[in-house]
Write a protein that binds this ligand. Structure first.
Ligand SMILES: [Zn+2]
Length: 285
């Protein structure tokens, strides 16, 4: 694998996802991203491809996803740059079992001793179907302490994370909603656990040995959360949001964080993904 320079990011971006992710794994510096504050309690500490959010709670620091082993040094640096100690992370809430979201789980556990949550419906990725993790050789085995209970919030005192099962992208894709206080007001943050529809083409479904019906399951999940009231969208991949580029908003933020508040961004993102999938189905892909 050749070494790519930062100036080659636009070129790498144009490649198909499989090829692109291989290059990123071998050249993780291409994904380095300046961290930023979204609210007093929510920080972006991820990469330019995969999001990682740090949430400050009464029960300690919580990390939403942890990205890949290869970029873990960036996440650790980003957490420190925001004024926190990565050793203080108490909980890791994973959105799903793909390598780009959970790859660094073992490293984080070794570093902080945090407890880890994932959906029980993705648990078999880590036992009998490691191929479904994708790039599974890049994901050291890690401990799963809890499966999400979709009837119960994860209580962190001032912040309660509400997990919602959104199967489709993977069987256990989980979205998380939680309220934060900012300048005396309450805002709802929302992260959709997995929106990538590329893995749901018939060709990819065959490869994963999943039924074509998965496309309908994905659509049903989108409808299920379409009307969630979200003030601050925190996308699991920066580029999943439609007309709401969180990295661009951060770059132009005046420090008030007001740009992150957009009560229509969630609906636009979900609707955009719905249209994408309907097009895929209409074209027989
Ligand atoms: Zn994924």
């Amino acid at each position: 694998m050749r070494t790519y320079g930062m100036d080659e990011i636009p070129y790498v971006e144009t490649l198909p996802i499989g090829e692109k992710s291989k290059i990123w794994l071998a050249n993780p510096w291409l994904l380095s991203q300046k961290p930023f504050k979204i609210t007093d309690d929510v920080y972006y500490v991820g990469t330019s491809w995969v999001s990682v959010y740090l949430v400050k709670t009464d029960a300690g620091l919580v990390l939403l996803d942890c990205a890949m082993v290869e970029t873990f040094y960036q996440v650790v640096d980003n957490i420190r740059a925001m004024g926190f100690d990565p050793h203080d992370i108490k909980k890791l809430l994973l959105t799903h079992g793909h390598f780009d979201h959970c790859g660094a789980a073992r490293m984080l556990q070794e570093l902080s001793g945090c407890e880890t949550w994932i959906s029980q419906y993705d648990a078999y990725f880590f036992t009998e179907r490691r191929d479904l993790i994708a790039m599974e050789d890049h994901v050291p085995e890690f401990k799963i302490d809890h499966y999400y209970d979709y009837d119960q919030v994860i209580d962190c005192g001032n912040i309660q994370f509400r997990p919602v099962h959104c199967p489709g992208h993977t069987p256990g894709t989980t979205s998380l909603f939680f309220n934060v206080q900012q300048d005396g007001k309450t805002y709802t943050c929302g992260i959709h656990g997995g929106l990538g529809s590329g893995v749901l083409s018939k060709k990819m479904l065959d490869q994963q040995k999943w039924p074509y019906e998965t496309q309908q399951i994905y659509l049903k999940s989108l409808d299920k959360v379409m009307n969630e009231k979200v003030d601050i969208l925190i996308p699991s991949h920066a580029k999943h949001a439609v007309k709401h580029d969180i990295l661009a908003i951060a770059a132009s933020d005046d420090g008030s964080g007001k740009g992150f508040i957009d009560p229509d961004a969630w609906r636009r993102m979900i609707q955009g993904k719905k249209e994408e999938m309907l097009k895929m189905i209409a074209e027989g892909r």
